[in-house]
Design a protein around this ligand. Structure first.
Ligand code: WTA
Length: 631
């Protein structure tokens, strides 16, 4: 999509100005480059007070036509993905755009044969295999709404998500490989479905040949479903504002919410940001190491990159298996040009011997990216020096599940960069820093709450089934603004640095968890009376999970209590939310009105011993001393 590429910093500045002064003309020109069945009538309608937004109203399209038909006309034999398996000795696989087209159509026809219709929800709970991408696109092809659930979530977490979206069909695999372990996905699905009444069929991909138990009349193997299906399937005609997918993410309160993205705006913005942040050239090989289960995987392993006709690497493994050279070896093997990973991976890999990096030829790299959490200076420098060899720009990309695409980032090597700063807003993104009272912060280098004051095409449309929650979460803190939940500062040149979450969301290894959600899981434990969860700085993970828990007298063995609490969290959320520290306490610091003062607990978790500010409003100020004594 060279047509939408910005080619210099001056051009970026021009485009940025136009995006603010004439947003409709600006986005209209970009949107023109995609395959529409019918062009839009109006570019934008919006209201941030009583939240409602629509982009490209009246436009008709199917996102898979820009991805498949468009790229097949141009270059059918171009590789869409190199699939790199977990183990080096396993054969890798690749798939061209034409093959992808055939596979998507076959599965789309398979879904139709199960009576999946436009608007129906389909849950995808699968490993990092090409069929997961095929599954997402097959849904999009027929207008079904996919809800991908990261395969590290537990059966209970899966059931919650399936029920919230009233899912009709689940796509899964018999199992997956993680490091040297096997995870049995099919039995997780079976367990989840005991409490899900809406699911009619389960499609099972035979991934690890484990001969899973199949339920008669409900379960069908993927290969049986597609057998004999036509390799052609007409694309459903979608309205620009029809739902494309739901992706669940954690917030500061309650259960994870289903962030809804729609067809037209998401298409335009993910392709636009992919092309520009990574300065993608048609011969390049791009690699994003995220999992498809998160928004980074959705937008830059699947949609943005495919819309731009890119060749990507899809990696099933983890960075340290079989050794800490795995990433660098893959970069060398496929001559990767743009590499996109998370700070937690960099921090973990920099703790190994440098020889793991140095023995590989990384000279193909042109741009290296970071996403998911703030990158600390030490990791930034190591990445720049040892991976980028001092001549690859680092793009630190800040964005969220709710924003759909990258909001802040250098554009390849075009814009200036500064360690730990995510840089400038993408054209079209109008940011504001506000103080607690909602006043605009004008001075340089002052911290504030990061808000967005104007819509962008891939922004969240609603939280599935509960628009009021969307309004409350994002548009009620600061009237007229979308509130990101992040704190940030802006330097004298207008570059932004993200400080981190200012709400009760913690970011562990780039994974988002709500403290409330972990507390809910703990409070279901038979020994727990009440709990409070906070984040604390962690060298590798960015933030670790610290649990304070008050327990009953059923059990006196603290180790047993702790391991039982770990099991409860694994059961209700997944092993990915395993706490780093559990401290059994006699009481929690609460105000007279019963509110837990997390500020104090955060300080204790950070290792603070006496500087807690005013604790006179606590119901029982002695609690703090008690907690410190048993820390
Ligand atoms: C954090 C991931 C600093 C931030 C794409 C945000 C970042 C949350 C960065 C969203 C970055 C993401 N620098 N912090 N480059 N990127 N974050 O929804 O706190 O999984 O609000 O989306 O991650 O996480 P999510």
């Amino acid at each position: 999509m060279k047509a939408i590429q910005i080619n210099s910093f001056e051009e970026y500045q021009e485009k940025y100005t136009k995006s603010i002064t004439q947003p409709e003309a600006f986005w209209g020109e970009i949107a023109f480059n995609f395959r529409w069945k019918k062009k839009w009538d109006t570019i934008l309608n919006w209201d941030f007070q009583d939240f409602q937004v629509d982009w490209f109203k009246g436009g008709k399209l199917n996102i898979t036509e820009t991805i498949l038909e468009e790229n097949i006309v141009k270059n059918p034999d171009k590789v869409a993905y190199y699939w790199e398996k977990k183990k080096k000795k396993d054969q890798h696989k690749s798939i061209t755009y034409l093959e992808l087209y055939y596979q998507v159509c076959e599965l789309a026809n398979g879904l139709k044969s199960l009576n999946v219709q436009k608007g129906d929800r389909v849950c995808i709970y699968m490993p990092m295999v090409i069929e997961s991408v095929v599954a997402m696109l097959a849904c999009a092809r027929i207008g079904a709404v996919h809800s991908v659930v990261f395969a590290g979530f537990s059966a209970n977490a899966l059931a919650d998500r399936i029920n919230d979206a009233a899912v009709k069909v689940v796509l899964t695999a018999d199992g997956l490989n993680r490091g040297d372990k096997k995870v049995d996905l099919k039995s997780m699905v079976d367990e989840a479905l005991v409490s899900c009444s809406t699911v009619e069929n389960v499609i099972v991909l035979d991934c690890i040949h484990s001969n899973p138990k199949m339920k008669n009349g409900r379960d069908i193997f993927y290969h049986d479903l597609i057998a004999g299906k036509e390799k052609k399937c007409d694309a459903a005609i979608m309205d620009a504002e029809d739902m494309l997918f739901i992706l669940y993410t954690s917030g500061s309160t309650g259960k994870p919410k289903g962030v809804v993205h729609t067809c037209g705006g998401y298409m335009v913005y993910t392709a636009y940001t992919f092309q520009n942040a990574f300065q993608y050239d048609s011969k390049d090989v791009f690699w994003c190491t995220a999992d498809i289960g998160w928004i980074t995987g959705h937008s830059y392993i699947v949609y943005g990159s495919l819309l731009c006709g890119a060749t990507s690497v899809l990696f099933e493994g983890i960075p340290t298996f079989p050794d800490a050279g795995r990433f660098w070896e893959i970069i060398e093997k496929y001559k990767v040009n743009q590499f996109y990973t998370a700070p937690t991976a960099i921090r973990s890999l920099m703790s190994f011997d440098l020889s793991f990096v140095e023995k590989h030829d990384l000279s193909s790299l042109k741009i290296i990216g970071s996403v998911g959490e703030p990158i600390n200076e030490e990791a930034w420098n190591w990445y720049y020096k040892h991976v980028g060899k001092n001549n690859c720009p680092i793009i630190d990309t800040w964005w969220q599940t709710e924003t759909g695409g990258i909001m802040l980032s250098g554009l390849g090597g075009l814009s200036p960069m500064k360690a730990t700063f995510a840089g400038y807003p993408i054209p079209g993104i109008q940011l504001e820093l506000l103080d607690t009272e909602g006043n605009k912060i004008q001075e340089a280098n002052a911290e504030g709450y990061l808000c967005v004051k104007f819509p962008w095409p891939s922004m969240i449309r609603t939280t599935y089934g509960d628009h009021e929650r969307c309004q409350q979460t994002y548009f009620s803190n600061y009237k007229g603004y979308y509130f990101t939940g992040d704190g940030a500062k802006r330097d004298e040149h207008g570059m932004y640095r993200i400080i981190g979450r200012v709400d009760d969301v913690i970011n562990v290894s780039g994974h988002r968890f709500g403290t409330a959600e972990i507390e809910d899981a703990i409070n279901k434990n038979e020994y727990a009376i009440e709990s409070a969860v906070v984040g604390f700085p962690h060298d590798i993970k960015g933030q670790g999970i610290y649990v304070f828990v008050v327990v009953n007298t059923k059990e006196t063995d603290e180790n047993l209590i702790k391991s039982s609490i770990i099991d409860s969290i694994a059961d209700h959320i997944g092993k990915i939310a395993k706490p780093d520290i559990i401290q059994v306490v006699k009481g929690l610091p609460k105000t007279r009105s019963g509110k837990i003062m997390r500020r104090i607990l955060r300080k204790i978790a950070e290792g603070e011993k006496d500087n807690f500010g005013d604790i006179s409003t606590l119901l029982d100020p002695n609690v703090v001393q008690c907690i410190l004594e048993t820390r």
